[in-house]
Design a protein around this ligand. Structure first.
Ligand code: SAM
Length: 208
């Protein structure tokens, strides 16, 4: 997976490659799909949701430009795999999921694999985490029509958001940088690549 799917497609960040090498992806998929866990595709995880393709996980993580001081918010815990990758590199990871059974399974994995820098919450992540916290990095792992202002307000300065933005069934990966010293009060927005994610369902996402 590391060479044939990631390095060959241009992933170079050694922290990302190391995390992708270490996190046991087969423990984040249903038992009957464990043999396919390292295939070059997204897989179903129940509740009509998916664990993203390994390359997409690596690309989004690389685009966050993480370091070990970063506090990260992930919206869309799903299986917990992306959160585990983030937790290998960042200081703290907060992750929010709207489907209780998926969150419970992910929490069990975090305990079994002894991740002690991942904090979880059940709720509508289209509103962000709340509680007045600010995050150095925010990753949205479900498709959103736009990045809600309430989430932008929870981004530190400087800070980076990576999210699939667009229509319900096709999006572009967008990188939003908040850095008032560099860009003033304007957010720097870059479009990376086309992608397809399951929808962000919630107050500032799509309706159920
Ligand atoms: N990051 C996940 C992983 O590593 O397995 C994959 C995420 S999956 C593509 C998208 C997830 O976003 C689903 O689990 C879905 O239930 C969740 N989701 C959708 N809308 C949400 C919302 N408003 N708040 C929190 N989670 C949401």
């Amino acid at each position: 997976m590391i060479h044939s799917q990631l390095i060959s497609r241009g992933i170079t960040d050694k922290f990302v490659l190391d995390a992708m090498d270490k996190v046991p992806r087969h423990l984040f998929v249903p038992l009957d799909l464990q043999e396919e866990a390292y295939d070059d595709r997204a897989l179903p995880i129940g509740e009509n949701q998916t664990i993203s393709q390994p390359y997409m996980v690596a690309l989004m993580t690389e685009l966050l430009s993480l370091n070990n001081n970063c506090t990260v918010l992930e919206i869309g815990t799903g299986s917990g795999y992306q959160a585990a990758i983030l937790a290998h590199i960042a200081f703290k990871v907060y992750t929010i999921e709207r489907i209780p059974t998926l969150l419970q399974e992910a929490e069990k994995r975090f305990i079994d694999l002894r991740y002690n820098n991942i904090f979880t919450k059940l709720g509508d992540g289209s509103k962000g985490w709340g509680e007045g916290l600010l995050f150095d990095r925010i990753i949205i792992t479900a498709a959103t029509p736009s990045v809600p202002q309430v989430i932008i307000n929870q981004l530190a300065d400087p800070g980076i958001i990576v999210a699939p933005v667009g229509e319900r069934y096709s999006q572009s990966l967008v990188i939003i940088t908040k850095d008032t010293k560099k860009y003033g009060n304007t957010l720097n927005t870059q479009y990376q690549t086309p992608c397809i994610f399951v929808p962000l369902i919630g107050k500032y996402g799509w309706s159920d």
